[in-house]
Design a protein around this ligand. Structure first.
Ligand SMILES: C[S@@+](CC[C@H](N)C(=O)[O-])C[C@H]1O[C@@H](n2cnc3c(N)ncnc32)[C@H](O)[C@@H]1O
Length: 269
């Protein structure tokens, strides 16, 4: 049994899982044949997906460091993904070793790795829960044990909301979570978008995800912007990941300008 009470047999290897496909895009080893086959189909349709995954991960690292440097000492990272070092707690603890991190994901395979790779050192915990049930996330004992909602919190929703379809009302889900946070809290968010690729190409990519455990809903700039209502955006606002406070000048590479992802960080008013 894993720490959340599931067995290895419950790990579904018959359908592609977005967490394991993302692990494959990043060059990880924690994926199965079904995930690799689906990810390869996406790579054929969208050759820049691997660069997008790497750049998204690198945004997560820079944003985590910047938010920790602003003095935030507690993080809720929803849609953790299969652990890929450095993980959120490792990055944030380069600023302050006392940072507390609650990881949340609905994929049992992420939970299976959590004990060894995410929660074994310092104040960190893992919750096997679904973003579509924000009450269950906020009320979970691991969250209440780690997070003091009277102090600013960093909420990470990095590359997860495009797995929430419109029927589940992602904007209301984000609001339910951010309503629980005090002013000065930060929202760190990235989202796949339809703004940079042609519609036919993206329709084919979406079909690959139709067979996976979560579908893909790409959203335009205005919708991604709306998740930050009630937040002041840190400079440079909502941009593609390579352009969010890059560590060094971004090369003039058309691929980097065409990545189908937006990201940003907001501070709650
Ligand atoms: C593409 S990975 C992103 C990993 C990490 N946040 C990053 O950006 O590097 C998306 C993660 O979101 C998780 N996920 C998808 N839908 C979810 C949901 N409804 N509730 C919780 N986690 C979900 C997947 O299992 C996967 O681990």
């Amino acid at each position: 049994m894993g720490e959340e009470g599931f067995t290895a047999e419950q790990i579904d290897t018959s359908r592609p899982h977005p967490a394991r496909m993302y692990d494959y895009y990043l060059g990880g080893q924690d994926n199965y044949e079904v995930d690799r086959a689906a990810a390869e189909r996406v790579i054929t349709l969208l050759p820049d997906i691997r660069t997008a995954a790497r750049e998204n991960r690198s945004f997560l690292h820079r944003a985590t460091r910047i938010v920790a440097a602003r003095g935030i000492r507690q993080f809720i990272d929803i849609g953790t993904g299969i652990p890929t070092s450095p993980n959120t707690h490792e990055v944030a603890r380069t600023v302050d070793p006392a940072v507390r991190v609650a990881y949340v994901d609905n994929d049992p395979i992420v939970s299976a790795y959590a004990g060894a790779k995410l929660t074994s050192a310092g104040d960190a915990g893992f919750v096997l829960a679904d973003l579509r049930d924000p009450g269950a996330v906020l009320e979970h004992p691991v969250i209440s044990g780690l997070i003091d909602f009277d102090e600013p919190v960093a909420l990470l929703l990095v590359a997860i909301l495009h797995f929430i379809d419109d029927a589940a009302d992602p904007r209301a889900l984000v609001a339910a979570l951010t309503d629980a946070l005090p002013p000065g809290s930060c929202l760190v968010l990235s989202h796949a978008t339809s703004d940079f690729h042609d519609a036919e190409q993206l329709a084919s990519v979406r079909k690959v995800y139709d067979n996976a455990t979560a579908n893909l809903t790409l959203r335009p700039y205005a919708q991604v912007r709306s998740y930050f209502d009630g937040f002041d955006l840190l400079e440079p606002g909502i941009v593609q990941p390579p352009f969010w406070r890059p560590a060094s000048p971004v090369p003039d590479d058309p691929e980097l300008h065409g990545l189908g992802f937006y990201c940003g960080v907001g501070v709650k008013r």
